[in-house]
Design a protein. Structure first.
Ligand SMILES: O=C(O)CCC(=O)C(=O)O
Length: 328
């Protein structure tokens, strides 16, 4: 048990580019952009994700949950995130990045439409009522920020996820600690020993499981419609968590989201961009950051899994002009 209590919340939703949405993000550290994809587009993206899974060649069948077990499923990291094995260049991910409201939402935040996209992955939650080990990590075990408080002071990144299945209290989802980005600068004073163990170049800091400071906050799972885009400042404390109840079905995914992050090209450089171009050809996925090149296929558990399991990768994507510009 943890002393951190998560609740489910219906929060305001804004149109992509709406200044009120940007103000909300600045104030609360997160914001929901309504219908960045239409419901039909979200359904199409999910179908493309199933194509990716079925084409891994491991025997996954979207219509048969008995084929979704670990010996066929791609390597997952914390929170059921699938970060690698070509996912960053799957047709699904490139389709989502190419939707105009997704780019517009990021462009309006940065007041800049010359953006680079991350090549990151997705989170797909299998119905854990079928197999307990499919249940993803409880929120308090991985409350984190994705920016080093000393290595990168100030605002640098707004992360995002496009939600593909309408959320519910039973199925759970992303967890935000509203307003927590405002405490970012005090982290070195509040957690000196814990932070000292993290090299300033590592943009990930995890809070203690039973953190007394977090126990005083009100973490929320925001209700999201299929197609909504949830954006958050990398300094905002967040994670994901299974539902607060037990879902009544077990023949479908409990959650499907696409991670997407766009940052101004001006924050990057020629060396990084050269690696990004090669990453498209070599189907290499990354983290959310596009100003540094971080290869998600080098995550330790992905490397370990690749030694004993093989997956067919998706074809090298044929990018249109907009998508190619997002590579750099
Ligand atoms: O699946 C989620 O909503 C959590 C994503 C997350 O923690 C991250 O991308 O840093």
């Amino acid at each position: 048990m943890s002393n951190i209590n998560i609740s489910y919340a219906h929060v305001p939703r804004f149109a992509a580019g709406d200044q009120d949405g940007i103000d909300y993000l600045n104030e609360h550290g997160y914001v929901v952009i309504a219908n960045a994809l239409s419901a039909e587009e979200a359904e199409h993206a999910l179908s493309l994700l199933w194509d990716y899974l079925e084409n891994l060649g491991t025997g996954i069948d979207r219509d048969n949950p008995e084929t979704w077990d670990d010996d066929r499923w791609p390597t997952a990291v914390h929170g059921g995130i699938l970060p690698s094995h070509g996912i960053g260049h799957s047709a699904a991910q490139w389709y989502i990045r190419d939707r105009a409201p997704v780019k517009q939402a990021f462009a309006s935040i940065w007041q800049d439409d010359d953006l680079l996209t991350s090549f990151d992955g997705v989170a797909l939650w299998r119905p854990w009522t079928r197999r307990q080990h499919w249940r993803t990590n409880n929120g308090p075990s991985w409350m984190h920020i994705d920016q080093h408080p000393i290595g990168r002071p100030g605002k640098h990144c707004v992360q995002g996820l496009v939600n593909l299945i309408t959320t519910s209290p039973a199925c759970g989802g992303n967890v935000m600690v509203p307003g927590s980005h405002k405490n970012f600068a005090s982290i070195p004073d509040l957690y000196p020993e814990r932070l000292a163990r993290i090299h300033p170049s590592i943009d990930h800091f995890r809070f203690p499981n039973d953190d007394e400071l977090l126990a005083d906050t009100q973490p929320i799972i925001c209700h999201l419609e299929a197609g909504d885009l949830l954006l958050w400042d990398s300094r905002t404390i967040h994670c994901s968590s299974p539902g607060l109840e037990t879902p009544s079905f077990d023949d479908n995914l409990f959650r499907a989201i696409s991670l997407v992050c766009m940052m101004p090209k001006s924050k990057s450089n020629a060396k990084v961009i050269a690696k990004r171009r090669a990453a498209v050809e070599n189907l290499v996925s990354t983290t959310n950051w596009s100003d540094r090149f971080i290869n998600a296929d080098e995550f330790p558990n992905v490397v370990e899994a690749s030694k004993v399991r093989s997956f067919n990768l998706p074809p090298v994507p044929e990018l249109n002009k907009n998508q190619a510009e997002l590579v750099g």
